[in-house]
Design a protein. Structure first.
Length: 242
């Protein structure tokens, strides 16, 4: 019995790991699909697609999956049509939440997102109801390794078109406008040779809301529920996590 129980535990853990990996691959596929649809399927001519492919490969995503996502986006493979939607609303305690979705079924996604908010004690709002509480920025992170001079990195970033740079937890955080993001990333990597740990255009809250007790628990549940939804690409909130 003990051997059977051990095997069940091992199989359960493996199934959980496979499910988690499947969700990661699905979201990476959607990123590739989106970049290819917007900028074309040639990575050499589409920096966004090239970056999405690099992220997928770093997660050990099979090349067949990558190729299939590109073919779907460029019309070379029969498949579903994805639609980009951003949902806005308030979570527990009045925390502002934005949810980026890429879906092949608008009705399903709307129902799922609304249910997640309602179950946590929050509510969905109209477009623009919370987006005014966020600034859209490009964020590029570089590890502050030995040999990298902060002033030199800042100079290179500013010359490339960045707005600002700060140092946090042994990392250089470079801030750009969404429009300048791609040029700055390309300059730092291809021209200056920096290794970038994170590069994305994201939503930064202008104010933050602190939660405690039951409200905090409900907010954490809301985030977990949204993260488990295969259609959800990104979640932004102004929750004060400090």
């Amino acid at each position: 019995m003990s051997g059977h129980s051990k095997w069940n535990n091992i199989q359960h853990k493996k199934n959980a790991m496979d499910a988690a990996r499947g969700k990661v691959f699905m979201r990476l596929s959607k990123d590739i699909f989106l970049e290819a649809r917007h900028g074309g399927g040639d990575p050499s001519m589409n920096a966004g697609l090239r970056h999405a492919i690099e992220k997928a490969k770093s997660a050990n995503m099979p090349n067949d999956n990558i190729s299939r996502a590109i073919k779907k986006a460029t019309g070379n493979l029969d498949g579903v049509t994805y639609e980009e939607i951003t949902y806005e609303g308030y979570g527990p305690g009045g925390v502002a939440v934005m949810v980026d979705v890429l879906t092949d079924n608008r009705n399903r996604s709307a129902s799922d997102i609304r249910h997640a908010f309602t179950k946590s004690g929050g509510n969905l709002g109209e477009s623009g109801s919370v987006s005014f509480l966020f600034d859209k920025q490009g964020i590029i992170e570089i590890e502050a390794k030995d040999g990298l001079d902060e002033d030199e990195v800042m100079m290179d970033a500013v010359e490339a078109g960045a707005d600002d740079m700060r140092t946090e937890d042994d990392r250089f955080i470079i801030v750009t406008t969404p429009e300048a993001f791609e040029d700055v990333r390309k300059s730092l990597t291809e021209e200056k040779g920096y290794e970038i740990d994170r590069a994305e255009v994201t939503m930064i809250p202008t104010t933050k809301t602190a939660l405690t007790g039951t409200d905090l628990e409900k907010m954490e549940t809301l985030i977990e529920t949204l993260e488990d939804n295969d259609d959800v690409q990104d979640i932004y909130s102004n929750l004060d996590e400090d």
